[in-house]
Design a protein around this ligand. Structure first.
Ligand code: S3P
Length: 416
């Protein structure tokens, strides 16, 4: 699997702030992670993409970023925009973060507010959306309770905390992915964690590292989904990230009856990595709500699209956050699955996709609205449908998994 998108962003950003040259092996091939490298270059950081997905980054040091001559374009990447907002809050110059039409619609108040509390000056369109103009400098440490569970916002605050005058603490009612905390420690920062809280000490000496990015579980889930809808499938995926704050999707699939096994687990740079094997099996269906939503936020499209292949269907609640992702994922997915003949009920905070009893899926022409995860979820469902499915602008999968269709194609008919 190509490297994890979430971890790649964090390693690149911290390598840029460290002293010395870092090597990041298996860096994500996602367009989103190229966007992060592009922004770092505009801030005066030297990045080099080598063979075998290795990226070398010559760090500028905590105080060494340069005022960019032009806007920083995060393109489709919410992680790039929100995390870099945290870094830019600590810089004594003015910079502007912008993105594509989808990103310029996504909520930014959640990151603007805590960074303003720390002392950064931030202007945005309508108080909530990009472009964001940021003028930073020396920041005040804050103790912040997140109103919306978000790893991107938590990360932005922790990165800004590197430039604060004391320990910056973020509290979360629902645990979100902890890659930033782990990566900060790898680079030499002092991070303290307690139940529901994480604190970072300011002005550490960040030191360049040699790191290996685990394979992307959130991308692998679409291959797992394909194996689950296609009878007689068997698939082994090597070197996949199994960080407990990301791997709940496997427990959920197993609880639905999926035959999934994990082997050869080891820890690399503080992150768990291992091999996943999956076999087609009858799925019972299930319900997702509460803390599970944040734990499986990027996997919900695939889980919903498995609904028609299950006995009892799949129901999702407490997930209104899905409406402000790369697309309104509830509406886009409901529309796509309905076109394929699924019976879907939409709720303000989720959806219900009826199980097998509602009939078999039929291939159809579907529009993922440029949303990479919807395109891949509908593709996996399309494999289990009668007749062909045509996905409009399917190239959008490059945002997180450019090799998706090629990989699916390679998997075809390889069973022994
Ligand atoms: C991410 C966090 C999640 C996730 C996104 C990547 C990250 O977003 O949906 O794809 O790398 O921190 P939120 O933090 O907005 O929930």
């Amino acid at each position: 699997m190509p490297g994890d998108k979430s971890i790649s962003h964090r390693y690149a950003i911290l390598a840029a702030l460290a002293e010395g040259r870092s090597g990041i092996a298996n860096y994500s091939t996602a367009a989103d992670c190229r966007s992060t490298l592009g922004c770092l270059e505009r801030l005066g950081v030297e990045t080099k993409i080598g063979r075998e997905r290795e990226v070398q980054i010559t760090g500028a040091g905590l105080g060494g970023l340069k005022a960019p001559k032009r806007s920083l374009d995060a393109e489709n990447s919410g992680s790039t925009m929100r995390m870099l907002a945290g870094v830019l809050a600590g810089q004594a110059f003015t910079s502007t973060l912008t993105g594509d039409a989808s990103l310029r619609r996504r909520p930014m108040r959640r990151v603007i507010e805590p960074l303003r509390k720390m002392g950064a000056e931030i202007h945005s369109r309508d108080g909530d959306v990009a472009p964001l103009e940021i003028r930073g400098g020396n920041l005040r440490a804050i103790d912040y309770s997140q109103p919306v569970p978000s790893a991107q916002v938590k990360s932005a605050i922790l990165l800004a905390g590197l430039y604060a005058n004391g320990v910056t603490t973020v509290r979360e009612a629902v645990r979100t992915r902890d890659h930033t905390e782990l990566a900060l420690r790898e680079f030499g920062a002092r991070v303290e964690t307690a139940k529901g809280a994480v604190g970072v000490h300011p002005r550490p000496k960040l030191v360049a590292q040699q790191l290996v990015v685990p394979g992307d579980l959130s991308a692998a889930v679409f291959l797992i989904g394909a194996a689950l809808v296609l009878p007689e499938s068997a698939l082994v995926i090597h070197n996949v990230g199994l960080n407990p704050t990301r791997a709940k999707v496997l427990d959920f699939l197993i609880s639905m009856g999926a035959e999934i096994h994990v082997a050869a687990v080891e820890s690399r740079n503080g992150e768990l990595v291992g091999d996943i094997s999956v076999r087609h099996a009858a799925l019972a269906g299930g319900e997702i709500s509460g803390a599970q939503v944040a734990e499986m936020i990027d996997e919900l499209p695939m889980l919903a699209a498995l609904g028609p292949f299950t006995e009892k269907g799949v129901t999702i609640h407490d997930a209104k956050e899905l409406r402000v992702k790369e697309s309104d994922r509830i509406a886009t997915l409901a529309e796509g699955l309905r076109r394929m003949g699924a019976r879907v009920e939409e709720f303000p905070d989720g959806m219900r996709v009826e199980g097998r009893g509602a009939g078999k899926l039929r291939g159809a022409k579907v529009d993922p609205q440029g949303d990479h995860r919807i395109a891949m979820a509908l593709a996996a469902a399309g494999l289990g449908a009668e007749c062909d499915t045509e996905i409009q602008d399917a190239g959008c999968v490059a945002v997180s998994f450019p090799e998706f269709f090629e990989t699916l194609d390679k998997l075809r008919g390889t069973a022994g």
